[in-house]
Design a protein around this ligand. Structure first.
Ligand SMILES: [Zn+2]
Length: 354
């Protein structure tokens, strides 16, 4: 009998660990849930200083707290978290014994571990203005710290805030990465380097809206009852489209107190729908099989509903059918703007949300 699961939709649970408290508190909370539900995920760790506090002003200005996290933001991000790098010195996540123990516990529990960056805030803010040497140095620091903590080389990586360029692609390839999940929307592809040649590794984008993006909409963010609808919506998106999906969660959001129970119900809904959980590395190995026909495409920056900042997407011929949301303003050339380095020959998108 053909096993039913060969047809089942596959889902990579991509766990982004952005902060000091997310590593020390959110990670154990998610580990416990995954153990209870028998789910394997891929965790991406920030390994250097946590300067989250520096982003707080900008985050508030963009209406993050009011619009995006209607459910108690202080409970999710935490007050101390918001002050790191401003009033409090930035803690070095990858040097903190409790954070290191939390990371190693993830590997020991059989989950896949990868890199989410050095300084999340700095990378997200400055990558398009960094030169190749600085990008290589930053990526190199991540890989060295990862080896220090895990005793082996990192094989997978996910860019902070989906901020990636041709320069970062080149640096990750040189560092020996096998797969990334740096961008949003569409099928897997080989991202182009600044010289226009494709990287040898495969980029597997996040295909689903994140919980905080869904909550930013009036449909799901309006009330506690409406919030419960996000689980059904994310379940429907995976079940109806089939194939391979990547869903990004954050230890500071789904692993925080306020939204943890909602996320637990999300996992149960996916399991009930027959979704099979795979790691990013497993998904990439399937795609590297001969004849898999993964195309080469540039990375460009674009906007998404519910997200205040630009994110990397695939350019030139991309179909975003697998995203729930249409791109809001395709077709503008980013090379003329503040952001550059998103790949040559690609179709850029708008610089700022309206
Ligand atoms: Zn992140």
């Amino acid at each position: 009998m053909t096993p039913l699961h060969s047809q089942a939709p596959r889902l990579v649970l991509k766990v982004d660990v952005d902060t000091f408290s997310g590593t020390r508190e959110g990670v154990p909370r998610l580990l416990e849930l995954f153990e209870r539900e028998g789910v394997r995920a891929t965790f991406f760790f920030c390994l250097g200083p946590d300067n989250t506090g520096k982003a707080v002003k900008r985050v508030f200005r963009k209406g993050f707290v009011k619009k995006v996290l209607r459910a108690s933001p202080a409970a999710s991000y935490g007050l101390a978290n918001m002050l790191y790098g401003t009033l409090l010195p930035a803690p070095d996540i990858g040097r903190d014994p409790r954070a290191i123990a939390a990371m190693r516990a993830v590997a020991a529990a059989g989950h896949e571990c990868g890199i989410h960056g050095w300084d999340h805030v700095d990378w997200h803010d400055r990558l398009p203005r960094m030169d190749g040497a600085e990008v290589r140095e930053t990526v190199g620091k991540c890989h060295a710290r990862f080896r220090e903590i895990f005793g082996e080389a990192a094989r997978v990586s996910a860019a902070p805030g989906w901020t990636a360029t041709g320069e970062s692609v080149e640096a990750q390839e040189a560092a020996g990465i096998e797969a990334t999940s740096d961008s949003r929307g569409g099928p897997p592809f080989h991202p182009l380097k600044p010289d226009g040649t494709p990287a040898g590794y495969v980029e597997i984008p996040s295909t689903l809206p994140t919980l905080d993006e869904l909550l930013a909409s009036d449909e799901f963010g309006a009330s506690a009852a409406a919030r419960e609808g996000t689980a059904g919506e994310l379940c429907r998106l995976v079940r109806d489209a089939g194939g391979l999906h990547v869903h990004s969660i954050h230890t500071e959001i789904e692993g925080g107190r306020a939204l943890h129970a909602l996320f637990a119900r999300q996992l149960q809904a996916w399991k009930g729908a027959g979704v099979r959980f795979v790691t990013l590395g497993e998904a990439a190995r399937n795609l590297r099989a001969p004849g898999s026909g993964v195309p080469a495409r540039p990375l460009v920056f674009g906007t998404l509903p519910g997200r205040a900042t630009l994110v990397a997407m695939q350019g030139a011929g991309v179909s975003l059918d697998s995203m729930r949301f249409p791109r809001s303003e395709p077709g503008l050339d980013i090379s003329a703007g503040r952001r550059r380095g998103g790949g040559r020959g690609g179709r850029g998108t708008s610089l700022e949300r309206p």
